[in-house]
Design a protein around this ligand. Structure first.
Ligand SMILES: C[S@@+](CC[C@H](N)C(=O)[O-])C[C@H]1O[C@@H](n2cnc3c(N)ncnc32)[C@H](O)[C@@H]1O
Length: 237
């Protein structure tokens, strides 16, 4: 029989703006005894919660806690019967390693409850006014990883959203063109979506290819015809 131990809420914080966390997520935070949070979570927002707060963020290019260690920390905290929140940027199950944490904890009889968050693809598209699907133009969309380079995919869909595209934007566009995407296909670069530093740049594969531009991170790249419907494109320098 399953032993009665603690519970871990895997909560999505959303893309960055604190008012985009769900009410259910916020309620879990207010009941938590310990909150383990990521790099992209706004620390000022966490101040209002009584729980002990433990930073377990990983940032690209910087040494962070290995995932195995995070899994074990969650387990150790939960097995004492405490109410734990694991707060992650975006949605826990989209490039968030939430599945690994869930597997690790459930294998040790810890109950896991997942509370979804607004994933960066949806937030970035909304900020830029880009419908990811649109009747007659796009009826399929894929979320892909732009990193590591040897794992970049160009699936056969109408719209592709690339996460973690900051260092491989050129490689992604090159691969799309080599795999038959029209050079005139619009592409959007959206960084820090929903945050005060948000930047949106709309272009085409043809205009971008071969031009090494500095990109801010975190970055979402959206490719497809509906990107042409974006609002307020930034002026080219
Ligand atoms: C490790 S993934 C985590 C994704 C997260 N679980 C989600 O559902 O959005 C990190 C990537 O998400 C994207 N990202 C997260 N927040 C973002 C934001 N506010 N604006 C643009 N991209 C963002 C970037 O592509 C970044 O490299």
């Amino acid at each position: 029989m399953r032993k009665n131990k603690g519970k871990v809420f895997l909560v999505g914080f959303g893309p960055g703006a604190p008012d985009l966390i769900t009410r259910r997520g916020e309620e879990a935070l207010s009941r938590a005894e310990v909150i383990f949070y990521d790099h992209w979570v706004d620390r000022r927002y966490l101040r209002k919660f009584q729980a002990e707060k433990i930073y377990v963020g990983k940032q690209k290019g910087k040494h962070g806690r290995p995932q195995d260690e995070i899994n074990e920390l969650l387990y150790q905290a939960a097995r004492d019967g405490k109410c734990i929140v694991r707060l992650k940027g975006g949605d826990p199950f989209i490039f968030g390693r939430g599945g690994e944490e869930q597997e690790y904890l459930e294998a040790r009889s810890i109950r896991v409850v997942v509370i979804p968050g607004v994933t960066a693809a949806l937030a970035a598209a909304a900020c830029a006014g880009i419908p990811l699907t649109h009747r007659g133009v796009s009826s399929s969309v894929a979320f892909c990883a732009g990193h590591p380079t040897d794992k970049i995919q160009t699936p056969c869909v109408d719209t592709i959203v690339y996460y973690m595209a900051g260092s491989n934007a050129m490689e992604i566009m090159d691969r799309l063109i080599r795999n038959g995407w029209d050079k005139e296909t619009p592409v959007a670069f959206i960084s820090n979506a929903t945050l005060p530093m948000e930047k949106i740049r709309i272009s085409t594969l043809e205009k971008e290819i071969g031009k090494q531009k500095r990109v801010q991170t975190p970055l979402i790249m959206i490719v497809g015809k509906t990107v042409g419907m974006a609002k307020e494109p930034e002026k080219e320098e």
